[in-house]
Write a protein that binds this ligand. Structure first.
Ligand SMILES: C[S@@+](CC[C@H](N)C(=O)[O-])C[C@H]1O[C@@H](n2cnc3c(N)ncnc32)[C@H](O)[C@@H]1O
Length: 292
């Protein structure tokens, strides 16, 4: 097991967590959000938690509403390496960036650069369930060609804005509004191949035409299809999961089911607190490398 822990994230501080919540500073704004994983006790005083000026309250349907003590923060930007990501407080307590993914972006950049060096050309990278594009832009910045798939028009527009704000070559990234499974089947039919795939599927979701996505029912077929659209010259495949009850060895088993030759690493994702060594868990991952 090799855990990927995000820490020292510029513009982001995880101050505390506990009793189902987390306290963070996001681009200068002190924020309290739900965090169901945090089943332990908070370490900071109530007074410290009261400093949050933007609080997301969990609703019974699983969503969340924001309460801002001051005016709703506007024009927030997270700067990571040479990239810029717009931040907005949206439903479900999200803000356009999943901070635990920083360690994933680093891994993807490292693997992409190594593969491009080995193959002697820019790779074709496919990001499935890509959201606002942080991982896609990290890979784009290495000179790779990126295909970014998500069903939501809103997050694709947000991703394009992030690419422009980061002054990246937007000719080398395609933002595709489509159901992930539909996109993969289309690539299979057409014989389109990619050198690397990232898939960060939610537990459930909807395609662009309301196609249903359910992790447990659909992940095995999706992984098999992904292997079949990967180049056999050499490729890598990064899969993560945030689905309750699915453990990293289960991901290893799914990734191993395909007959190709490969090396597999699995582990947990998490974010380290700024002032203590605790890690807030944020899912699991599996990376298959040197797939031939
Ligand atoms: C948890 S977010 C992924 C986070 C992203 N990987 C990141 O780190 O920034 C899940 C995304 O999957 C998209 N989605 C859900 N079901 C989908 C489907 N069937 N086809 C395409 N996109 C889907 C949602 O619109 C959402 O943007």
């Amino acid at each position: 097991m090799t855990n990927l822990v995000s820490e020292n994230i510029p513009g982001y501080t995880l101050l505390d967590s506990g009793f189902g919540k987390k306290l963070e500073i996001i681009a200068g704004v002190t924020v309290e959000r739900p965090s169901p994983q945090a089943i332990w006790a908070p370490r900071l005083s109530e007074g410290e938690w009261k400093k949050a000026t933007s609080v997301c309250i969990r609703k019974s349907d699983g969503g969340g509403t924001w309460q801002h003590k001051n005016k709703e923060p506007q024009d927030l930007v997270l700067e990571w390496e040479k990239l810029k990501f717009k931040l907005k407080f949206t439903s479900f307590g999200h803000c356009g960036v999943f901070f635990e993914q920083q360690a994933v972006w680093n891994t993807l950049v490292r693997e992409t650069e190594a593969l491009q060096k080995e193959l002697g050309r820019p790779i074709k990278f496919l990001n499935l369930f890509g959201y606002t594009g942080c991982a896609s832009l990290a890979v784009l910045s290495t000179g790779a060609e990126v295909f970014h798939v998500d069903s939501s028009k809103g997050v694709l527009t947000w991703g394009r804005e992030n690419a422009e704000l980061s002054k990246l070559d937007t000719k080398k990234i395609k933002f595709v509004q489509e159901d992930v499974r539909g996109f993969i089947k289309h690539s299979l039919r057409k014989g389109f191949k990619y050198d690397a795939i990232l898939a960060d599927p939610p537990s459930w979701g909807h395609g662009a035409n309301k196609e249903v996505w359910e992790f447990e029912q659909m992940i095995h077929e999706m992984v098999t299809d992904c292997y079949n659209i990967l180049n056999r010259e050499k490729s890598f495949f990064f899969l993560s999961s945030h689905t309750h009850g699915v453990q990293s060895e289960a991901l290893r088993n799914i990734m191993n089911d395909h007959k190709s030759k490969k090396e597999i690493v699995v582990g947990e994702l998490g974010v380290r607190h700024s002032n203590d060594p605790r890690i807030l868990p944020a899912g699991i991952y599996s990376l298959a490398k040197n797939i031939v």
